[in-house]
Write a new protein. Structure first.
Length: 301
C-alpha cells in the first residue's frame, strides 16, 4: 500500500479534550453496566431499558474511538462530524434518562429485602450513571458550533434540537401506547398524526445529514428544512390546543385525575404526560425555527 503521507494512527483521538471525554464515557459506561450485571441487578422494562442504554452507548463510543484512532472513519459513507455530534446528543439524553430511572426504581436507603451488598452496588452504579451523563454532556459542549465557525449541521443548535425533538416524540409515543385512549376522538387521532409526521420527517432530516447525502437531493435541503420546521410549529401548535381540550375538558374528558385510577395504569396520567411533552416539543420547534435563520448547512464535514 502507498503511504498517505501522514501517521497511521490519530493520537489526537484519545489525547484531545473530546478524546478524553470519550475515554471517560467508555470507562463510566463499562463500569455502570458491569456493576449492575455483576451484583446490582435489574428487572422489568425499566431495568432493561437502562441496561440497553449503557451497553448501546458503550458500544457506539468504542466504535467512534476506534474509527478516529485508526482513521477508519474516512472509509465510511457517513458525514462523520454529523454522526458523532448526533450520537453525542442522543447519548446525553438517553444517559440522563437512565441515570434518573435506575436509582428511582432500584436504589433504596435500607438493606431489606435486597441486602446491603446489592444496595451498595446499585448506589455505585447510579453514581457512575450520573458521571456517564456528565461525560456525554461535556462532549456536546466541546463540539457544539461556535459563533462564526464552519461546522457540521448536527453540531449546531438547530441540529442538536432535532435530536431532542425526536427523543421527546419517543416519550410521547410511549405514553400514547400506555392506555392513553387517543382513539376515542378524531381530534386526538389528529394529534397522533401530528406527532408521527413530525417525528418521521425529523428523523429523515437527521438521517440525510448523518449520511452526507443532502447535496445529492434535487431540491434545496436547507430551505426545505426551514419550511418544514415552520410547518411543524403550526402542527404542534394545533396539537397543543386540541389535546388538552379533548382530554381535560369536562365535556370530553376529566379535568382531574379520577380517584379510582390505578397508579401506573391510569389513562389520565398518560394524557397528562402527552400534554406536557407536546408543549415541550412545541417550544423546541420554535427555538429550532429561530436558530435555523442563522446557520448554513455544510454537508461534507
Amino acid at each position: 500500500m502507498e503511504s498517505t503521507g501522514g501517521p497511521y494512527l490519530n493520537t489526537a483521538a484519545v489525547t484531545s479534550p473530546v478524546g478524553i471525554a470519550r475515554l471517560l464515557q467508555m470507562t463510566f459506561g463499562c463500569t455502570t453496566f458491569s456493576l449492575v450485571a455483576h451484583q446490582g441487578g435489574f428487572s422489568a422494562a425499566y431495568g432493561t431499558f437502562c441496561m440497553f442504554v449503557w451497553t448501546f452507548c458503550f458500544a457506539i463510543t468504542v466504535f467512534i474511538i476506534a474509527c478516529e484512532f485508526t482513521h477508519l472513519h474516512s472509509c465510511l459513507s457517513l458525514s462523520w462530524g454529523n454522526f458523532t455530534a448526533a450520537f453525542a446528543m442522543l447519548a446525553t439524553l438517553m444517559s440522563i434518562t437512565a441515570a434518573v430511572i435506575y436509582p428511582l426504581y432500584f436504589v433504596q436507603v435500607g438493606c431489606y429485602p435486597i441486602g446491603c451488598e446489592v444496595r451498595d452496588f446499585r448506589i455505585a452504579a447510579s453514581v457512575f450513571a450520573g458521571l456517564l451523563f456528565v461525560a456525554y454532556a461535556t462532549e456536546v459542549f466541546l463540539t457544539r458550533a461556535k459563533p462564526g465557525q464552519v461546522t457540521s449541521y448536527m453540531a449546531t443548535i438547530s441540529g442538536l434540537l432535532k435530536i431532542v425533538q425526536a427523543f421527546v416524540a419517543c416519550i410521547i409515543f410511549g405514553a400514547l401506547v400506555n392506555d392513553s385512549q387517543y382513539g376515542k376522538y378524531v381530534a386526538t387521532q389528529w394529534c397522533v398524526a401530528v406527532y408521527s409526521f413530525c417525528f418521521v420527517v425529523t428523523v429523515v432530516v437527521v438521517a440525510f445529514s448523518v449520511t452526507g447525502k443532502t447535496a445529492l437531493l434535487w431540491f434545496p435541503f436547507e430551505r426545505s428544512v426551514v419550511i418544514y420546521t415552520f410547518g411543524a410549529v403550526l402542527l404542534y401548535l394545533s396539537a397543543a390546543v386540541i389535546w388538552p381540550v379533548f382530554c381535560f375538558d369536562s365535556k370530553y374528558g376529566s379535568p382531574r385525575r379520577p380517584g379510582l385510577c390505578a397508579k401506573g395504569k391510569c389513562p389520565w396520567d398518560s394524557q397528562l404526560v402527552i400534554a406536557i411533552f407536546t408543549y415541550v416539543n412545541l417550544l423546541l420547534y420554535v427555538l429550532d425555527l429561530a436558530y435555523s435563520q442563522r446557520i448554513r448547512f455544510v454537508s461534507h464535514l
